[in-house]
Each structure stands twice: as structure tokens, then as C-alpha cells.
Design a protein around this ligand. Sequence first.
Ligand code: TIU
Length: 223
Amino acid sequence: MAAVNAEPYEFEFDPKTTALVMIDFQRDFVDPGGFGEALGNDVSLLRRAVPPAERVLKAARARGLMVIHTREGHRPDLSDCPPAKKARGRLAAGIGDPGPMGRILVRGEEGHDIVKELYPEAGEPVVDKPGKGAFFATDLDGILKNRGIRQLVVCGVTTEVCVNTTVREANDRGYDCLVLEDCVASYFPEFQKAALAMVKAQGGIFGWVSDSGRFLEALARAK
Ligand code: TIU
């Protein structure tokens, strides 16, 4: 067992029942020249989360924690993409259309894949999800339950969209979630702040918030 210095109080975890969940670190969201940037977003705000997330990923692998990656995207025929999702935003180039790194949010395309620094290793499940939450229409819950996982340490993008949705879904399914604030990022600084505040408010209504430094310290001490 180990305890991470966190808000609203320490997060207790057992490395054997804890998974590191890396949410949607995809080139199209994070890299210059991708879909996120084409929408007018400043991707440097997201890029900032990559180095601390890489440190956490390496430490989790070294300590033998289960590591899971997710990617948001759709089948090439878009049969799993709700028409409402495709239409949203009235974008000139949206889901399924040609983008700077291949078809936007389509599985198998360059932009849909994970940035090289955080690339999955053999044996680490990659969950392809059609929605914002990683539990919706995926086998993530089964994968976690089959391994006896009860606590999730969460990194990823974006904080108020796929990270927050996933943490809420996980909370309702009985998992304890720790969000590492320097390993999650938003295109909007005010949303980053609010999304983290929402997780830890009201005694930790959805979970706990800490950072990579405090988590790595606890992991190094974990029995
Ligand atoms: N992964 C994720 O957060 N998907 C998004 O669409 N995020 C936005 O902030 N747009």
C-alpha cells in the first residue's frame, strides 16, 4: 500500500490493484499540425502535459503497474459515429474528413495514433473509444475488473472533456481516481482549473487531485 499527498486528502493505493490510464494522447489533439491546431487551438498547452506524463508512464512500467491507453476515434466507415457528433460544430473539416494527419479521428490514421513519447508497449491494452468517456461502448470495465483493478491514476487530454467524462464514469463504477494535474491539459486554462476543482470538491466528489512529483514519490515508497 501507499499514500499519495493529494487533495482533498491522501489517496491510498495498492500497486497491484492500480492502473495508470493514459487518455487520448493522440497526435491530432496534442501535436502541432494536427486537427486540434487546425481548429485554432494552442496545442502547446496540451504538449506541456507530455513530459510529466512520460515520467509517470516510465515509473509505472518499472513498478509493474497495469498501463492502459485510450484513443478517441471511429471506424473508417464511420458506422460507430453518431450523426449528431459528426455534424456538431459545422466544421469545414470534421470527423472522417481529410485532415492534416489523415482522416480526422479515424482509426488507423496517423493523427489518431498516440504521440511517440507515450507510445504503448506490447502488453498494454489500447482501448479505442467512440465517445468522450472511456467506459462508454468499450470493454475497459471488463479489462480492469479481470485484473482486479480498483484504483485509477489518470493522465490525458483534455481535462474537461475526455478526462473528466472518464473519471465520472469510473466513479459511478466504483473506482477511486487520482488525477495528476500536470499530466492532464486543456486548450482553455480556465477549464483546466475548473475541471480539476470539480473532481476534488465536496470531499472528493469524483476523486482526488495530485501531481506527478507527489505521485512518483509515493510510488517509489510503495510496498
Ligand atoms: N479526448 C478529448 O478530450 N476529446 C476532445 O474532443 N476534446 C476536446 O477538448 N475537444
